[in-house]
Design a protein around this ligand. Structure first.
Ligand code: FAD
Length: 465
């Protein structure tokens, strides 16, 4: 069989790339080694974690129904059923991708792909069978894998990665999360809501590294109110399994006396590493950078002609929508169009309650770059809809260039922050000023009015504050 394009991996980067290529008339095939399509995101990432975040949020919300005059008996937890609810959601989504591949007449091969040479992909099936496919172009979209800590073995029962944390058979009494990044805090939230005592150990002296510092500080306060315990500036040096749990040795990152922590389950959530195992890249001469990511140019091309790469396996934020946009862009480039990704406007969201969402530059980044800016901030305590819903934790912060008023960054903690951020993303994509956002009529009563008020606050003229 000969193709215009073979995409390796059907995560959000790979399957979206294949669909766009097929739409543009390229004869396209995909190779996926999992039984189901959708990659990390649909199988063991975004989708199952959001299903559990939704279900656990409902469980917690139900405990407050009485405050609204809704009389129901105290909610009880059937964890097995909740996990089945999650799994049904995953299956619905992965089957959806299978349907879309078929609909777009994309050949899907199940097996592990190895690049034999530019233009040649060998697929090894689970039964050991081999076939060689010919193609003009190859897009590598093999994603990422869990980062492991030296000396700490993940057994997915007591010491788990995010994958095991989506499958726990019972609610651990004590959960210790190593790493205060997005995945650790989201999955920590799930189990906290279901009853675990959650302690987060983080090497840095702050949570959510890379996010706006003020947002991270406020968010930590909110999570602490929800019962999270934090050990910041601390490193886990040892995890010893005991009869039915584990003992962790924790030391101050700067050095000092070690202490021990007892846990029923330990979640290792210290990041993800690009996944290129078994692709045969060294043989074909595809270059990696010093962090093991495939090196690409501005058009997603590797140093080998006809081999491209996108998504978690290349540089940039490890996010599904970044992978998708790169998939579209490289397909368009291969079809002779001008594919492009605007890396300055990639939103990122923490799907806790409240949510945390961010797009563009943080205050720290603007200061480091020496860019003068004005900040406008508006709290949800002053937003009518948030007040009546009693979801007033958080704020909207807009950072605009001091000279031109162009919006450079928007950061939100609050209910629906993950949806609200897209108003800011669109505004930034169109090069809007904070004045443009402030003069756009916003429906009342909505949470989005807090975005308008924050834009007004850039010029110190918020109405409801
Ligand atoms: P992947 O989704 O990792 O897909 C790569 C695919 O390639 C896999 O299916 C793999 O089996 C296949 N593959 C690898 N090697 C081969 C080979 N040699 N042959 C054939 N197939 C191969 N991102 C968000 O934007 N929002 C979220 O809410 C979010 N939540 C997350 C929650 C968790 C718990 C985790 C772990 C991640 C989350 N992410 C989230 C990150 C997101 O999952 C990734 O950024 C995204 O999946 C990257 O897409 P990708 O296409 O690059 O790779």
């Amino acid at each position: 069989m000969s193709y215009d394009l073979i995409v390796i991996g059907t995560g959000p980067g790979g399957y979206v790339c294949a669909i766009r290529a097929a739409q543009l008339g390229l004869k396209t095939a995909v190779v996926e080694k999992r039984k189901t399509h959708g990659g990390t995101c649909l199988n063991v990432g975004c989708i199952p974690s959001k299903a559990l975040l939704h279900a656990s949020h409902m469980f917690q919300d139900a405990q407050h129904f009485a405050e609204m005059g809704i009389g129901v008996s105290a909610p009880t937890l059937d964890l097995k059923k909740m996990l089945a609810f999650k799994q049904e959601g995953v299956e619905g989504n992965t089957k959806g991708v299978e349907f879309l591949l078929k609909k777009n007449k994309i050949d899907a091969f199940h097996g592990t792909a190895r690049i034999a040479a530019a233009g040649q992909v060998e697929v090894t099936g689970e039964d050991g069978s081999n076939q060689m496919l010919e193609t003009k172009n190859i897009v590598i979209a093999t994603g990422s894998d869990v980062t492991r800590l030296p000396g700490i073995e993940i057994d997915e029962k007591v010491v788990v990665s995010s994958t095991g944390a989506l499958e726990l058979e019972s609610v651990p009494k004590r959960l210790v999360v190593i790493g205060a990044g997005v995945i650790g805090l989201e999955l920590g939230s799930v189990w906290r809501r279901l009853g675990s005592e959650v302690t987060v150990v983080e090497y840095l002296d702050r949570i959510l590294p890379g996010m706006d510092g003020e947002v991270a500080k406020n968010f930590q306060r909110i999570l602490s109110k929800q019962g999270f315990a934090f050990k910041l500036g601390a490193k886990v040096t040892k995890v010893e399994k005991t009869g039915n749990g584990a003992t962790l040795t924790v030391e101050p990152a700067a050095g000092g006396n070690a202490e021990t922590l007892e846990a029923d389950v330990v979640l290792v959530a210290v990041g993800r590493v690009p996944y290129t195992q078994g692709l045969g890249l060294d043989k074909v001469g595809v270059q990696l950078d010093n962090r093991g990511r495939i090196q690409t140019d501005a058009h997603f091309s590797t140093n080998v002609t006809g081999i491209y790469a996108i998504g978690d396996v290349i540089a940039g934020p490890m996010l599904a929508h970044k992978a998708e946009d790169e998939g579209v862009a490289v397909a368009e480039i291969l079809a002779g169009k001008a594919g492009h990704v605007n890396y300055d406007v990639i939103p990122s969201v923490v799907y806790t309650f409240p949510e945390v969402a961010s797009v563009g530059k943080t205050e720290e980044e603007l200061k480091a770059a020496g860019i003068a800016y004005n900040a406008g901030k508006f709290p949800f305590t002053a937003n009518g809809r948030a007040k009546v819903n009693r979801t007033t934790d958080g704020f909207v912060k807009i950072l605009a260039d001091a000279a031109t008023d162009k919006v450079l960054g928007v950061h939100i903690i609050g209910p629906e922050a993950g949806n609200l951020i897209h108003e800011a993303a669109i505004a930034m994509e169109f090069g809007a000023s904070s004045e443009d956002m402030a003069r756009t009529c916003h429906a009342h009563p909505t949470l989005a009015e807090a975005v308008k008020e924050a834009a007004l606050a850039v010029e110190k003229r918020a109405i409801h504050m």
